[in-house]
Design a protein around this ligand. Sequence first.
Ligand code: TXA
Ligand code: MG
Length: 364
Amino acid sequence: MNKKDLNDYSQYKNYLDLKHITSINDYTKLQFAGNIIKNGGLVLFPTETVYGLGANGLDEEAVRKIYLAKGRKSDNPLILHICDIEMLGQIAQNVSDIEFNLMNAFWPGPFTIILNKTDIVPSVVSGGLNTVGVRMPSNEIARNLIKYSGVPIAAPSANISGKPSGTNIEDIFSEFAEKVDYIIDGGDCSIGLESTVVRVIDGIPHILRPGKITAEEIEEIAGNVVIDEHVLSKLEANKKVLSPGMKYKHYAPNTKCILVYDDDNTETKNKILELTHKVISSNNIPLIMCLDENVEFLKAELDNKVNIINMGTSLEEISKNMFSNLRKADKYNADLIIIQGVSNKGLGLAIMNRLLRACNYEVY
Ligand code: TXA
Ligand code: MG
């Protein structure tokens, strides 16, 4: 394929468009993609959280291709995606009651649990650990793909390592079209943030990565929850972590970003304004990403002279569009992206976890 074709993904030959699907029967088209997975190929597929870069999770060679395509460090383990509870027995063992209750409450859905792995799971999947992350997605395309492939699908978020995760095919087509065997376009991901990752330690669920399933919801099921300290703070060098993913750079646009947040929105918008003026006065170009409630104020104060990306109103809307907004932000050729944060409660914790990383923990 030549570079020109990479901008026209509908021309891509190994491509399946299920965006406008109306009937569950149409999913039989997925058999072809399922076969590719079973036979060791790579498939880009949608889930309710973000797109996944999938391969047969029991095939060592196939899994290696994922690491290569993403440029991912080999000690950063992958999640295995299953379509039913029978598949769980193949890959995980010694599941405790609390773990079972959590799966029962949040599957299928945006929830990943770290369990003791069985020998059948290759160590390339687990990054050499004796545990494995498991998730049963709710997205019908994803679940049927797993069913047709007949194996657990190993899939990280579909993005080159370090970049924002892909939540629609347009955003990631050029990154992966030449590296995968098949692409399934399921439209925009409904959640837009990766799954909540939990590990139960001494009977208490620890959130290693926050997501749509919130700390509050987990506490309701397990009676207790711990949010890992690295969810909102930078990792010190050489510190031991419960999840290797915490060590690596994440979600960052190419442009430098800085986060602005105050509990009082009047303070927040004044800080955004102040910082914007500073950037302009040092002859640099700012770009603002802020919540809907502040767009008109900032436009007026800045005489419409600064580009503003509207992040939305509700936390759901902000999360759904966040990664594609971070990708879009790079196209403005700004020198600094000034991003408004949100309160850490509920889904806000997951949003702040991603935004802090996108900003390399730089807060104004
Ligand atoms: O929503 C999602 O989880 C998406 C979709 C495709 O399902 N997948 C995803 O995978 O976000 P990935 O590889 O981008 O992130 C998985 C995270 C990483 O931070 C990794 O370190 C952690 O989960 N993880 C995986 N297995 C683990 C294990 N055995 N122990 C600790 N952390 C683990
Ligand atoms: Mg990822």
